[in-house]
Design a protein around this ligand. Structure first.
Ligand code: M6R
Length: 365
């Protein structure tokens, strides 16, 4: 049931504040995260680990890359994030001292399942983050954390990306707390921010007509570049993936600092550059990347924090997100990128919910 929306994708984009709220239910106690009902880990077991592997494909992999940065921030374990199709064939240090997390919306992705089986044989503690409780992945692992996203019908993942981010963030905060590496004050600040996140998501969704106008303005471009730094870099990867998979426009994403190592050669007035430039500690660095792109006549579409006057003369067009704790910016940045991809594809008359050559879950290698 599309609930009055023309496509499942648009309906699912609009469900994201509900997904965040549902993800928090039963997982917060006062101002901290408590997952002890779902994860029966003893302190002894947690102390045994010295590394965390996070493994996934596609959009789930990008959610994992964002989470990696939070894990680095709030825990002291070595974190490795990999695509499942690589992880399954690598010679890795894995064993009982490894917590291996497999992120899969469907729980049926062949590469992710193979990676999980490999980790399990090594003796790693295997945890699934999935939307489907009775999926193969959920049945095979030692522990499961479920998304509360509800069924996702559109082939392009949207609300499950947000759900994955929520669950991975909760996990990072929980492990940071129980392992004693995350100060209470920081936990409290991030939990308070998670609680207000749904309202901020809704304010972005209200801007959909503006985003639609912008999408129509740029829909005839043949190539796009997406740039971001820090936790915005994986959001750039996700924004480019959304655009290419449903509109069939070539879109590449780079860590903004890498632009000068090659992609800058592609830039001219025909290549719009979508730049994620939230107000965080990397703001000035990204601004100088914008100036490099502008010097090559590339039109800049900035995703920036409301109230940032400085960005106005530096971009052709701006998509605004509300101010937030920097760790949570990815939740907000991804929404305008999903809507942008959606409206470009709609303008071009593409089959949005069933893009060519793609399946909702990839059950073959
Ligand atoms: O079900 P999974 O999360 O394991 O699926 C992984 C990818 O196949 C999936 O995210 C794919 O990239 C989507 N089409 C993205 O929109």
């Amino acid at each position: 049931d599309k609930d009055g929306y023309p496509h499942f994708m648009l309906k699912e984009i609009n469900e994201q504040s509900r997904v965040i709220r549902d993800s928090l239910v039963g997982r917060l106690r006062n101002e901290s995260v408590d997952l002890s009902e779902e994860l029966k880990w003893s302190n002894e077991e947690i102390r045994k680990w010295n590394r965390i592997h996070i493994v996934a494909c596609g959009t789930s992999y990008y959610a994992a890359l964002i989470a990696e940065r939070l894990f680095e921030n709030v825990t002291e374990w070595d974190i490795r994030v990999d695509v499942a199709s690589e992880y399954r064939y690598r010679e890795l240090n894995s064993g009982p001292e490894t917590l291996a997390i497999f992120v899969s919306q469907s729980g049926e992705t062949a590469d992710t399942l193979a990676a999980e089986r490999k980790a399990k044989i090594s003796g790693a503690c295997c945890l699934a983050v999935t939307n489907v409780p009775n999926s193969t992945l959920a049945r095979e692992v030692d522990h499961v954390l479920l998304l509360k996203a509800g069924p996702e019908v559109g082939v392009a993942a949207t609300k499950t990306f947000t759900g994955q981010l929520c669950v991975l963030y909760l996990l990072a905060l929980y492990l940071g707390r129980v392992s004693g590496t995350l100060p209470d004050s920081k936990q409290k600040r991030l939990v308070q921010e998670l609680r207000v996140l749904p309202f901020k998501v809704d304010t972005i969704l209200e801007d959909h007509l503006l985003i639609r106008g912008l999408a129509e303005k740029y829909a005839n471009a043949r190539n796009f570049l997406f740039l971001g730094r820090g936790n915005s870099f994986p959001v750039a990867l996700e924004g480019a993936l959304k655009l290419k998979e449903i509109s069939y426009i070539h879109a590449e994403a780079y860590a903004a600092g890498e632009m000068k190592h090659g992609p800058i050669a592609l830039l001219d007035h025909d290549v719009p550059v979508v730049v994620l430039i939230p107000r965080d500690h990397l703001y000035d660095k990204v601004l100088s990347n914008i100036q490099e792109a502008r010097a090559r006549s590339a039109p800049i579409i900035a995703v920036a924090t409301s109230g940032d006057q400085h960005i106005i003369p530096n971009a052709e067009d701006i998509l605004w997100i509300p101010p937030s704790e920097p760790e949570l910016n990815p939740f907000l940045e991804v929404i305008p990128l999903q809507l942008f991809a959606y409206y470009v594809a709609r303008y071009k008359g593409c089959d949005i919910d069933q893009p060519r050559n793609l399946a909702k879950s990839v059950t073959v290698e």
